[in-house]
Design a protein around this ligand. Structure first.
Ligand code: GRF
Length: 188
């Protein structure tokens, strides 16, 4: 069975959706490890609930990104991880992980890339009065939110009246699209 590591630093709803797809047998894989740079986040509580191993770290306690990424890379190798799934991880992936795990790291971003890269993509869409936005799943490379696109889904926001409504609908798409896309990648 394919082994996944999820990197999450926040609410962890995508982590949860992936684990639920596994439990429902829609996705034939196993989450072996949750990596988080926010030791207090809800994603960690969720991982505990599912008895999934956790590596939570505070970047401040390491001398450099190379140091903590080397530690993470060793864990990925020890757990024989096939795919790294970023789901709201708050650190930019550096060259230690990119080199060590080349072509096997994916991310989900709440916009139709290449539109609205970086932080608060939903806020950027609202600010620019976009009629549509959406969700992108892409491979991670050295440039932020710029790797090869794997899957996208459009969301019409022209009739939505609040940020909350847009967020809720973005999440609905993510929670289906991410497990489906992971399934396709692992089958290839
Ligand atoms: C998602 O909206 C994702 O697109 C972005 O971070 C958010 C994570 O949400 N990269 P959650 O922690 O999975 O609820």
């Amino acid at each position: 069975m394919k082994k996944i590591a999820v990197f999450a630093s926040g609410f962890g709803s995508n982590f949860n959706a992936i684990q639920q797809a596994i439990l429902n047998k829609e996705l034939n894989a196993e989450i072996k490890l949750l990596v988080s740079d926010k030791p207090e986040c809800l994603a960690i509580e969720r991982a505990k609930h599912y008895n999934i191993d956790i590596f939570a770290f505070s970047a401040k306690k390491y001398n450099s990104k190379i140091d903590y990424e080397t530690k993470i890379l060793n864990l990925l190798n020890n757990y024989e991880i096939d795919l790294v799934v970023l789901a709201g991880y708050m650190k930019i992936i550096g060259h230690t992980l990119l080199k060590g795990f080349s072509g096997r790291i994916i991310n989900i971003h709440p916009s139709l890339l290449p539109r609205y890269k970086g932080k608060d993509a939903i806020g950027q869409a609202i600010e620019s009065r976009a009629r549509i936005t959406g969700v992108t799943i892409h491979y991670v490379n050295e440039e932020l939110d710029s790797g090869e696109i794997i899957a996208q889904e459009v969301l019409d926001i022209s009739k939505m009246s609040s940020r909350e409504e847009i967020e809720e609908n973005i999440h609905k798409i993510e929670h289906v699209l991410y497990p489906e896309t992971i399934k396709k990648i692992l089958e290839d």
